[in-house]
Design a protein around this ligand. Structure first.
Ligand SMILES: Nc1ncnc2c1ncn2[C@@H]1O[C@H](COP(=O)(O)OP(=O)(O)OP(=O)(O)O)[C@@H](O)[C@H]1O
Length: 293
């Protein structure tokens, strides 16, 4: 997967959040994304997942199956854990989702019958992780996955990530707590001043991010302010609860005349928030259609 001179801002007149972002992410690579609050880590992860489209530049070679676990799992949905995971698997066209296996591995099998709004923060985090893993992703994107996890799960997750990477999954993790650094060979990228730069790896060498197709290994410098106001929790939850990008939601992606790739996401939100969320998504430049349920 290759990012070439990617730039992004949330609105047409908003400041750029990211500019001149170029790097490649080969299969089996684990990439830790760091940076201060508001630097643009989640934005970069959403671009990688295909939940946002670059305003400029290109992202190519994204694996067909993408798993994305948002920073805040959207618990405000009227499903039990089991029904939610079934639903997410169905939306993605996964015939035999390994829900029981992941529930056991992540130690939440006793919660399968519990409704999402009743979950603790850490348990909700695990369900978010499971929905990302169900797709057997070629690209797994985890936004602060360790936040709220109990010590046992926190210790187990780096091993799970290393296992997926060995099987060829590219894994991108934003991780304030730097738990992921225990994974051997992890690359590190810092989001700063509106662009990204490689950080020295733990052994003191600069983390290699091999470029493909002649693109730069790491981003060149750029200036960008931070964007204005963040979207509301509801709108964030809405996009987070959807299946990601070209992972496919059963709806086909297609290429536009300009060559950009498009994806159709199915988003389930509370009825009384639907109009507000639709307005925010439209303001962000998305095409929103309301479906009857
Ligand atoms: N939906 C949105 N609409 C408009 N601006 C947004 C939206 N989401 C994020 N931003 C803005 O983009 C910038 C980068 O935010 P982002 O969430 O990517 O940062 P972050 O590095 O992940 O922060 P944190 O460490 O606090 O999670 C911030 O200025 C933020 O206010």
């Amino acid at each position: 997967m290759q990012l070439t001179e990617v730039a992004f801002r949330y609105h047409r007149r908003a400041p750029w959040v990211l500019q001149d972002v170029s790097f490649s992410l080969p299969p089996g690579r684990v990439l830790e994304v760091t940076g201060r609050n508001g630097a643009g880590k989640s934005t970069l992860l959403r671009l990688l997942a295909g939940l946002r489209t670059p305003r400029r530049g290109t992202i190519s070679g994204r694996p067909d199956r993408v798993g994305y676990a948002p920073e805040r799992f959207p618990v405000d949905q009227p499903f039990t854990v089991s029904a939610y995971l079934d639903h997410m698997a169905a939306v993605r066209g996964i015939r035999r989702p390994a829900i029981g296996e992941w529930a056991e591995r992540l130690s939440f099998e006793h919660l399968l019958g519990v409704r999402l709004p009743e979950l603790s923060k850490g348990s909700a985090q695990k369900v978010g992780l499971a929905q990302a893993l169900l797709a057997e992703p070629g690209l797994l994107i985890l936004d602060e996955p360790f936040a709220g996890l109990d010590a046992e799960s926190r210790d187990a997750l780096p091993g799970l990530i290393a296992e997926l990477a060995r099987a060829g999954t590219a894994v991108v993790v934003s991780d304030h707590q730097r738990v992921i650094e225990s994974v051997p060979g992890v690359d590190r990228l810092r989001v700063e001043n509106g662009t990204v730069a490689p950080l020295p790896a733990e052994n003191g060498t600069v983390a290699p991010l091999p470029a493909e197709n002649g693109a730069a290994t790491a981003a060149s410098s750029a200036t960008a302010g931070s964007a204005g106001s963040a979207g509301s929790g509801s709108a964030g939850s809405a996009s987070a609860s959807a299946s990601s990008g070209s992972a496919g939601s059963g709806s086909a992606g297609s290429a536009s005349a300009s060559g950009a790739e498009w994806a159709v996401l199915e988003v389930v939100v509370r009825a009384d928030e639907a109009e507000e969320i639709a307005t925010k998504l439209r303001a962000d430049g998305h095409d929103v259609r309301r479906a009857e349920r």
